[in-house]
Design a protein around this ligand. Structure first.
Ligand code: CTP
Length: 407
């Protein structure tokens, strides 16, 4: 690993990066993005769409990258810019921000500006950092286009949640430059065993609404699932965590967190992520039942007793087991008795590769706390028992087991 003068590792030393900038407000962040890439040792060449120039000036980016910025096929002196040579020069391409318009053109293979010409000519990996308003980001066409370009081998740097240019708050903000760098670093840390793998983890409880102020929930903290997500990321995987309500957080900016509340929201997010992942670990304590009807008004305290009619939620893991193609699917079994027998049943019924059995009755283990004691059972019924450990150590055991299992 190359080192800077200050003794710090420089992740992108001598890496040649083409930065493609399309026309969204987040284009102004490209000034700091270029500075960070250059600080990490990269050489950066910029191609911009004409509309991107309305948000940040090519002159600024040219000064920061110390290279000419390409906007058109011809320069002021009518010299042709060779987009093929630029595409060949690059070790990888990064398109940030990626607008809905440029995304749609990439998905359709359109070529009406130099950014798209470079992209279409590039044989190297392309990373994209989408940026758009929340409704545009949620639109089925956008989702479909992201899936499509992802199926071409492009890597999506997930958009973040926060305040958007429209004043609305939601998912769609371009990942912050620091987070783009963290994402790229974790991707290129290819000495790690899972650097080519995409992982989906679900964690935490779900809340099933009774009325606008009440819900049915459970005591799951999400700590075990978060520790698993962190452990996967530390092994180089691209991790998406579908997380139920609670207070658990992570300092690892490369983990893409999708926040959900109900079992149904978790189901939808997991089914979507499962289609594009290699490994899925379901550690969430999903509610098994939800109120048959949600009262739109707060229920008043009128009678001496109240009956809640509950109906079954969808079993996420069961559904993923049905959808499974080549993914490695891992479930949890939380039991108070007959732990191994019940866990084996779930392994088989839900078409899993592995199940992690833990006891809700074991002292100091399981829900809410910091420790856990597990047994892992594989699809051939081989059982491996582990000692009581803290949840991060347990997570490392699980991830190491999966790495060995995949070999
Ligand atoms: N699970 C799920 N969706 C549900 C219920 C459970 O995906 N609606 C998953 C959990 O995330 C876990 C596994 O199924 O990985 C087993 O969960 P557990 O609560 O132990 O068992 P259940 O299948 O719910 O069955 P039971 O409650 O009868 O033990």
């Amino acid at each position: 690993m190359p080192w800077s003068l200050h003794g710090k590792k420089r992740m992108f030393n001598n890496k040649k990066i083409v930065l493609g900038i399309s026309g969204g407000i987040a284009a102004y962040k490209c000034a700091s993005l270029i500075r960070l890439l250059v600080k990490e040792g990269a050489e950066v060449k910029v191609v911009m769409t004409k509309s991107a120039c309305e948000f940040v000036t090519p002159q600024t980016l040219s000064v920061l990258s110390k290279n000419e910025v390409l906007i058109d096929f011809f320069d002021a002196n009518n010299n042709w810019h060779n987009h093929v040579a630029l595409a060949e020069w690059a070790d990888f391409m990064l398109i940030a921000p990626l607008t809905a318009n440029t995304l749609a053109k990439m998905a359709a293979g359109l070529n009406d500006n130099i950014l798209l010409s470079v992209y279409l000519s590039a044989k190297t990996k392309t990373f994209v950092a989408p940026a758009m308003d929340l409704d545009m980001y949620k639109h089925p066409t956008t989702k479909q286009n992201l899936e499509k370009i992802s199926s071409f081998g492009n890597i999506i740097i997930p958009a973040e949640t926060g305040e958007l240019a429209s004043g609305l708050v939601g998912e769609g903000r371009m990942a912050e430059p620091e987070n783009i760098i963290a994402f790229l670093k974790s991707y290129f840390n290819s000495s790690l065993p899972l650097s080519e793998k995409k992982v989906m983890v679900n964690a935490g409880p779900t809340y099933e609404a009774i009325d606008p102020v009440r819900f049915i929930g459970n005591r799951s903290s999400g700590k075990m699932g978060m520790a698993i997500a962190e452990s996967f990321a530390a092994q180089g995987a691209g991790v998406t965590l579908v997380l139920g309500p609670g207070n658990v957080t992570t300092a690892n900016k490369a983990i893409n967190i999708i926040h959900v509340e109900s079992a149904e929201q978790m189901f939808n997010a997991c089914v979507q992520q499962f289609a594009i992942c290699h490994i899925a670990v379901c550690s969430a304590a999903v509610a098994d039942y939800k109120p048959a009807e949600v009262s739109v008004k707060k229920i008043k305290k009128t009678g001496e007793s109240i009956n809640l009619n509950l109906v079954k939620t969808k079993d996420i893991l069961l559904e993923l087991g049905k959808l499974k193609k080549t993914q490695c699917l891992v479930g949890f079994a939380l039991e108070t008795d007959n732990i191994i027998e019940y866990a084996k049943e779930k392994l088989k019924n839900k078409n899993l590769d592995l199940i992690i059995a833990n006891s809700a009755a074991e002292k100091g283990s399981g829900f809410g706390g910091d420790n856990n004691k597990i047994s892992i059972i594989d699809k051939h019924n081989k059982i491996t028992n582990f000692e009581l450990k803290n949840k991060q150590e347990v997570a490392n055991d699980i991830v190491n087991y999966i790495i060995e299992f995949l070999k």
